[in-house]
Design a protein around this ligand. Structure first.
Ligand code: ATP
Length: 269
């Protein structure tokens, strides 16, 4: 794999200012992260450690308090860079649009021609398994299906860097595995770089080239684990021995951090 850097966080911290008598919250960092072009990188870490904040900073949705963010050699300074597509934790589908119009939304705004929109929407709805629901409205779908609409809406933009914050959180375990396989297929076909935030260690272990394990808040990387998988991996390797070693290693690092995050200190500072 090429080690060309696609995106970089350099000494990044994020502090949320004091609000209504509450003290400022040091949410993240300082952290350094080099995302390699074309790699699949996951971030795991205890609840509230700053994972979503990290993604917001990279996506240009929040400015870092300190440090620098780079994408394709250019500074990301509070603007969403062209070429980055993000899917957030919460369902952000538009209730007044059908599934296909939701998926087409960004392309229409960008003035893409109708035939190209149709082609990309067809592909994206096929990817998320919602072709049969193209004419349905979000209210007629389950929470997990609505989340898949949001994934489709991002994919049609053909991002070169895809940021996914717990995109499968609302899905049942079996659908999660299948979506994971589809995501790997998409990653192979498009050559995009993927940054996935997940609390599911098995999901990170199955999907990633590298996994960054974060400490409790303010999050910094404790260690980056290389999985060593080939590009043509899929969920069938869940049965293998290596998979257990990776999840075991991640949990070893994260157990005490998760206890700290929950306020159950176990000799940790
Ligand atoms: N807008 C905000 N104002 C103040 N504090 C915030 C804000 N957003 C997040 N925080 C705080 O920053 C910290 C990190 O939040 P963040 O959402 O990045 O964590 P996370 O690792 O994604 O959490 P989870 O895994 O539970 O989704 C938390 O303590 C949170 O309370």
């Amino acid at each position: 794999m090429s080690h060309e850097v696609h995106a970089r966080l350099e000494g990044v911290t994020r502090v949320y200012p004091a609000v209504a008598g509450n003290p400022p919250v040091h949410a993240l960092g300082p952290i350094d992260l080099d995302l390699r072009k074309g790699e699949f990188f996951s971030i795991v870490g205890p609840s509230g450690c700053g994972k979503s904040t990290c993604m917001d900073v990279l996506a240009g949705l929040a400015a870092p308090t300190e440090g620098n963010v780079w994408f394709e050699g250019k500074r990301v300074d509070g603007n969403v860079p062209d070429g980055i597509g993000a899917v957030f934790q919460e369902d952000a589908s538009f209730p007044w649009l059908t599934v296909e119009d939701n998926a087409a939304f960004g392309l229409r705004r960008a003035g893409v021609d109708a035939a190209e929109i149709r082609r990309r929407v067809d592909y994206a709805l096929g990817f998320v398994g919602l072709k049969a629901f193209a004419k349905a409205y979000p209210a007629q779908l389950s929470g997990g299906m609505r989340q898949r609409v949001c994934i489709a809406r991002t994919l049609v933009l053909q991002p070169r860097l895809i940021l996914l914050d717990e995109p499968f959180g609302a899905l049942d375990a079996q659908t999660r595995l299948l979506m994971g396989d589809e995501l790997l297929k998409l990653w192979r076909e498009t050559g995009a770089t993927v940054l996935l935030i997940t609390h599911a260690l098995d999901e990170a272990a199955m999907l990633s080239d590298r996994i960054g394990a974060m400490s409790a808040r303010p999050g910094h990387f404790l260690e980056t684990v290389e999985t060593g998988w080939s590009r043509d991996r899929d969920s069938r390797m869940l049965e293998g021995e290596t998979f257990g070693h990776i999840t075991g290693r991640l949990w070893q690092m994260l157990r005490s951090e998760s206890q700290r995050a929950m306020g159950h200190e176990e000799g940790a500072a």
